[in-house]
Design a protein around this ligand. Structure first.
Ligand SMILES: Nc1ncnc2c1ncn2[C@@H]1O[C@H](COP(=O)(O)OP(=O)(O)OP(=O)(O)O)[C@@H](O)[C@H]1O
Ligand SMILES: [Mg+2]
Length: 494
């Protein structure tokens, strides 16, 4: 059974129960107003509306009517009239007989001085023989018959019954009130039903549709959140699940694309030196290297290609191990000032060889301690300095290394005045295989892994590495590491 149907049933049963209550209340009220169940049943009978008298009262009235037609003068006989009145009293009714304007008989039941004025005028045609009147708050119904006495004087006979104004009110208002109540009930039920189904069924339908879409692999849609209630929360959770799925899907596709690109890059970078090696070996085999000098040249080229291949494979291996988090970091607390000075010492020969003017500026006072993997950090510095030297093809080459430190961070700055990196290339230089000049020409040497490895290593230290560059002015690489406080250093040493 669907929820909609269940709700429809529950609303209907609520409606029926309310209806039952209304009917019950109405009947209790009517019984209270009219006195008994019998009269409640009678209150809406046609008889009651047309003829306000009881059956017994009615038959007495008919008798008197007959008398008025056939023996009108008998209706002056007080003894007879009193007899009729006695019978009528049992029916809670009374008798009133009029001759011209004077009263022949008035039942004691009424005690109403205004009765005479309240009664309708004489009407021989007897057009309206049943009606009602009221004297102040009391409500009466009557049946009357107009006739002529034998002497031609006008006479009227009334059988009057007092009716409870409460019952009269009930009779008039109850159907209207009940209808109104039932109407309100129906409308309220319908509105509630609509409201609930809207806030409940519609989002559920949406959820089902979304789930089906996801099943079919379509994740690129957005679930509209319509409310804040439980269903809305469910939709929210569903939407965030869809979002996550979509993101991981995109990530997977991205990874897939990366993997393909990686394989193609590796194949390309390995093929170039391999082709060279093959070519020179074929040259030797075919006797092109005829002299010992030529042979030596060939062998040297083959060797250098093999070395560069070895370096590439080595870099690739390191990069992929770092990427897979399979390269362990051996952290040691060291003074970065010492570390940089050692590194510079090792670089000095290279710098002199390439005629690069060199600045070392230590702006920190005292030791600046950090927890680092020495070999890997050295590799990073070598990669960065390598680049600076490699991409410096101008006169007046200049490399500056600066150490800055505040209480929290240590910053190493490597500033060269080389060719710089084009603006559009700058955001990508830390990506693997990325090279600013895209032609993968091995004459510039690099495979585009140096800075990618550097970033992996600095990430592994919880630090940051970034670059600033202006074409033809120079490039600055920043490496930032977390500085250890004195306390931490103590712990690190102990
Ligand atoms: N100091 C620099 N001056 C100018 N360009 C630079 C500098 N450092 C990096 N680049 C640019 O960034 C690219 C990426 O550098 P990265 O060190 O990752 O690769 P590579 O030097 O080409 O190859 P590898 O370092 O693997 O031998 C370089 O190809 C180069 O275009
Ligand atoms: Mg490099």
């Amino acid at each position: 059974m669907s929820i909609r149907l269940k709700m429809l049933l529950s609303f209907t049963s609520m409606f029926l129960i309310s209806l039952l209550f209304i009917l019950l209340t109405a009947s209790l009220y009517t019984i209270a107003a009219t006195g008994d169940l019998q009269s409640f049943r009678d209150i809406y009978k046609v008889h009651y509306q047309v003829n306000p008298l009881t059956e017994q009262g009615e038959s007495i009235f008919q008798e008197m009517k007959f008398l008025a037609k056939n023996d009108p003068d008998a209706l002056q006989n007080k003894v007879l009239l009193r007899e009729y009145d006695m019978k009528l009293r049992a029916e809670k009714s009374g008798l009133y007989v009029r001759r011209e304007d004077s009263q022949i008989f008035e039942s004691l039941t009424f005690h109403q001085p205004e009765l005479k004025q309240a009664l309708p005028a004489y009407d021989l045609n007897n057009y309206q023989i049943r009606s009602t009147f009221n004297i102040s708050e009391r409500f009466y119904a009557y049946a009357k018959f107009d006739f002529q006495y034998s002497d031609g004087k006008r006479g009227s006979v009334f059988v009057i019954r007092e009716r409870s104004p409460f019952a009269e009110l009930t009779r008039k208002l109850l159907p209207m009130m009940s209808l109104l109540l039932i109407g309100v009930l129906i409308i309220a039920n319908l509105l509630l039903f609509r409201w609930i189904t809207r806030s409940f069924i519609k989002p559920l339908h949406q959820l089902r549709n979304s789930a089906e879409q996801i099943k079919e692999g379509n994740l690129a849609f957005k679930l509209e959140l319509s409310s804040n209630d439980e269903v809305g929360q469910l939709s929210g959770a569903f939407e965030s699940m869809r979002n996550q799925l979509q993101q991981s899907n995109e990530l997977r596709q991205q990874d897939e694309a990366n993997r393909k690109e990686l394989i193609s890059n590796i194949s390309h970078d390995l093929r170039t030196p391999l082709t060279n090696i093959k070519g020179y070996i074929e040259g030797i085999r075919d006797g092109v290297a005829s002299t010992p000098e030529k042979m030596e040249t060939y062998v040297n080229i083959i060797h250098s290609k093999a070395v560069s291949m070895d370096k590439l494979v080595d870099e690739l291996f390191l990069y992929s191990k770092l990427d897979l988090n399979q390269e362990p970091f051996l952290f040691k607390v060291v003074d970065i000032v010492d570390f940089l000075e050692d590194s510079i010492e090792e670089l000095r020969y290279d710098l002199e060889d390439k005629q690069v003017a060199f600045d070392w500026d230590n702006q920190a006072t005292g030791p600046v301690m950090a927890s680092v993997d020495l070999d890997k950090l050295k590799r990073t510095v070598v990669n960065v300095v390598d680049n600076a030297l490699k991409y410096m093809d101008n006169e007046n080459k200049r490399l500056g290394i600066t150490l800055q430190a505040d209480l929290e961070w240590i910053t190493m700055v490597f500033k060269d005045n080389g060719r710089g990196i084009p603006e559009e290339a700058l955001p990508h230089v830390f990506e693997r295989f990325y090279r600013a000049e895209q032609s993968r020409n091995s004459s510039t040497g690099g495979s585009g892994l140096g800075l990618a490895i550097a970033r992996q290593i600095i990430d592994g230290h919880g630090g940051f590495i970034w670059a600033n560059s202006k074409p033809n002015i120079g490039t600055t690489i920043y490496i930032q590491l977390k500085r250890l406080t004195n306390e931490e250093t103590g712990n690190g040493n102990g």
